[in-house]
Design a protein around this ligand. Structure first.
Ligand code: ADP
Ligand code: MG
Length: 151
């Protein structure tokens, strides 16, 4: 499977989709999220957190680049928007090779630091409540995850 496209019609539906994904990921997995402001990247991350059993409220990491949450697995939520045009390495490898799940908003800004094997997700706003969510699995294990999600 090269890509999987899923349309959601409400915020809750996007959260549920992310909760399903949370049941399929494994320690050390890296998920990237691309999409314009307001597309739903943070909303998707909230769903992932909920699926991982994170009880704290997940907010956009505006002042810090990485926020860490405790769930069944640690969740590292990164928003690297402010690293555009910078090649600063905030120690990405440690997160990407940890036992946690890393979620990176605006991941293209840190392309050079991303592992080859990962799940890339692009969210596009079609209208006020409709979102086109496309999953691009990079590596066999993520292809399997997408096949599961498609069921
Ligand atoms: P981003 O992190 O990409 O900037 P946010 O997740 O912070 O975006 O904001 C997305 C906004 O769009 C939220 O206010 C959310 O409630 C709204 N929204 C409306 N419909 C959807 C949908 N189908 N999926 C996700 N978010 C949606
Ligand atoms: Mg956001």
């Amino acid at each position: 499977m090269n890509e999987l496209e899923i349309i959601t019609h409400t915020t809750e539906e996007t959260m549920r989709l992310a909760e399903e994904l949370a049941q399929l990921v494994r320690p050390g997995d890296v998920i990237t999220l691309e999409g314009d402001l307001g597309a739903g990247k943070t909303t998707f991350t909230k769903g992932l957190g909920s699926g991982l059993g994170v009880t704290r409220t997940i907010n956009s990491p505006t002042y810090t680049i990485v926020k860490e949450y405790r769930g069944e697995l640690p969740l590292y939520h990164m928003d690297v928007y402010r690293l555009e045009d910078s090649d600063e390495d905030i120690g990405f490898d440690e997160y990407f090779h940890s036992d946690g799940i890393s979620v990176v908003e605006w991941a293209s800004f840190i392309e050079a630091f991303l592992p080859e094997k990962r799940l890339d997700i692009v969210i596009r706003a079609v209208d006020e409540h409709t979102r086109k969510i496309t999953f691009y699995p990079r590596g066999d294990s993520f292809e399997k995850i997408c096949e599961e999600l498609a069921r």
